[in-house]
Design a protein around this ligand. Structure first.
Ligand code: PLP
Length: 359
């Protein structure tokens, strides 16, 4: 950027490294297993919408449907432009730039820290022990200065499901001190593990949900924040006046109908069968050192030579997600579960790579 221009902008933003989304990294593939999307499209058509009118800020039909899906009241729900917007709105209502702090536990979803950076909010990370459990001693040392804590459960990119007991311990520890945000983006893949029932017990609990993963609707950008009604009211103050486009609202309402939910559940069972098949076959491939346990629609795999595997697959049009930039995940690649055909093509190519490995 020209020097004369540079002084107009925040120095930290000029220096900021932009978040690299799966889509922005690109790759000219036909088999996209890099963004944890649902592998097959949903067919919806947009019904009667008057596009000359602004949509409702918090569409009541949509809130009602989500409320009955999760079995809580509308006053405990905020709908937003994807759950990524929910992550951001919480920082806006809780954190003063250059003063307040958020806490994360790596390895985890990197959007939490990226959004904090954009807002100039401080960020502390306390690495998980063995990528699976919280370092409670270390957490206690920092709690007094932390406003917001983000936990992804099940975790992205590891697929790990933190123990309910550990979450409850953290909720008790943080009561009246910090807001604990549980990102349940993948909870439909292990729905019995959801912690919506804890909202009544802990007013510092916030849950994030999305239609982008199990519902197969990443394209409509629709997410939900579930929380105590006082928190929801504050979020309503800072959200944009028209966060969702009318066509998105229309499709989200259809997806949350009785048949839409049934369809989602059926597709999850098929996906789970693909996952079992994929895991059984991955286990027999010698390129792999370790496969992480996953409660989700993706698996994290530790390869012996991840760059070689990643690049070879990339050149064949099979696009996976590298994770080796994240602390603790050297040589790891995240693989979203695709259709049965996509899974078998992946296994086929991995076998080829194993056969032709350069010595
Ligand atoms: C995909 C994902 C989201 C983003 O969801 P959107 O609703 O599409 O914004 C949020 N959290 C995690 C952990 C995710 O993996």
């Amino acid at each position: 950027m020209e020097n004369s221009m540079q002084k107009l902008f925040r120095k930290d933003i000029v220096a900021l490294e932009a978040y690299k989304s799966a889509r922005s990294i690109g790759g000219s593939g036909t088999i996209l297993l890099n963004a944890n999307e649902f592998p097959s499209p949903n067919i919806y058509s947009i019904q009667n919408i008057e596009l000359n009118r602004y949509p409702e800020c918090q569409p009541i039909d949509l809130l009602n449907r989500y409320a009955s899906y999760v079995n809580i009241d509308c006053e405990n729900i905020l709908v937003s432009r994807g759950s990524d917007e929910g992550i951001e709105l919480l920082m806006r209502v809780c954190c003063i730039p250059n003063q307040d702090t958020i806490l994360t536990f790596s390895p985890t979803y990197t959007m939490y820290s990226k959004i904090a950076e954009i807002y100039g909010i401080k960020h502390i990370d306390i690495p998980l022990i063995d990528n699976t459990s919280f370092n409670i001693l270390e957490i206690k040392k920092h709690l007094y200065k932390v406003k917001l804590i983000y936990i992804c459960r099940p975790n992205n990119p590891t697929g790990h499901l933190f123990n309910l007991d550990e979450i409850i311990e953290l909720l008790e520890l943080t009561l009246n001190k910090s807001i604990l945000v549980i990102d349940e983006a993948y909870i439909e893949f292990c729905i019995d593990e959801n912690i919506v029932f804890l909202l009544k017990r802990f007013n510092n609990l916030v849950i994030l949900r999305t239609l982008s993963k199990a519902f197969g609707l990443a394209g409509i950008r629709c997410g939900f924040t579930l929380a105590h009604k006082d928190i929801i009211r504050l979020l309503q103050k800072v959200i944009t006046p028209y966060p969702l486009a009318a066509p998105s609202i229309d499709i989200a309402v259809q997806a949350l109908s009785y048949s839409g939910i049934l369809d989602m559940k059926n597709k999850i069972s098929i996906l789970k069968e693909n996952k079992v098949w994929l895991l059984n076959n991955l286990k027999r491939i010698h390129l792999i050192k370790y496969i992480f346990d996953s409660a989700t629609n993706y698996v994290l795999v530790h390869f012996f030579n991840s760059n070689y595997v990643f690049n070879t697959l990339w050149n064949k049009g099979i696009i996976l997600r590298k994770q080796d930039h994240i602390r603790g995940l050297k040589e790891c690649i995240r693989i979203s579960i695709g259709t049965k055909k996509e899974c078998s093509q992946l296994i086929h190519e991995l076998k080829e790579i194993a056969l032709n490995l350069p010595q």
